[in-house]
Design a protein around this ligand. Sequence first.
Ligand code: HEM
Ligand code: HEM
Length: 239
Amino acid sequence: MGKENYFWHKLHSLTGIIPVGFYVVQHLTLNTFAFAGAEKYDAVILFFEGVPPQILWFLKIFVIFLPLVFHAIYGMFIVSRSEGNYSQAAYKFRENRYYTLQRLSGMFLFFFLIFHYITMPIQNVLHGPENTVMYKNWAAYLLSFGGLPLLMYVLGITSAAYHLAYGIWNFCIRWGITISEQSQMRMGRFSFGAFIAISGLGIVSLVGFFWAPLAPKAKTVEARISQPALPNHEINYGR
Ligand code: HEM
Ligand code: HEM
């Protein structure tokens, strides 16, 4: 391997953790606000809509999009060069299965992310959050086309969780963080926990679009009657 390859491979490895891995964890964490209902989820969407556009677009392009495109394209290049060995009887080791699965999850994520960009951020820019990304649109959208979007999200979430969790384990070996067999086993247990936790964040978010048990309870009819609505022209500041 030439020097340049070494550099790009290391950069690819680093971008998997920072910023891409970090972004995915924070993104799935914020999506869990769906479990707290429409008001809370939409508050997250509106928070980002409220960030000054110059800062928001700088972050979207330079911190999220470009590192992701680099990681995805160089990742596909790595996959195209790797020689799969798990299909051969002599190489049916657990480690080879994990390794093969990480490449498969990377390939799936490539297509999932194209689908996700086209159906979410791009639709948001074209048609506004009200008609696209806000809570009220999600349940019907996920069940459209016979539930195909829901299936894509379940697979996208679990693939990202697996790819990142295995990636953390591999990253620690590649960068010399876990050297002994014992530390690699300990990291393996951590990665398994990370896979369950990250998948959980995404699945809880999806459930939240259909059933939001943490949503603030609507006021009872009596409470609403005893607090008559103000006439339209009165502005209700600070109540
Ligand atoms: C519960 C599942 C998910 C939901 C509800 C969700 C929701 C959203 C929404 C609404 C947007 C558009 C934000 C905007 O336009 O401001 C978005 C963008 C994005 N999502 Fe997801 N997403 C989910 C899962 C994922 C997964 C698994 C990944 C990674 C594999 C991912 C990666 C991204 C990326 C890279 C963007 C573009 C960020 C931007 O430019 O603002 N999402 N997502
Ligand atoms: C978009 C499509 C993607 C493709 C094609 C892809 C491909 C790959 C490949 C082939 C590797 C293994 C590199 C090696 O062992 O030499 C890898 C590693 C990694 N990827 Fe991805 N990936 C993608 C998306 C993602 C996403 C969304 C995340 C974060 C959730 C991520 C996080 C990581 C991490 C942490 C590593 C481990 C780095 C290492 O081995 O040192 N990747 N990726």
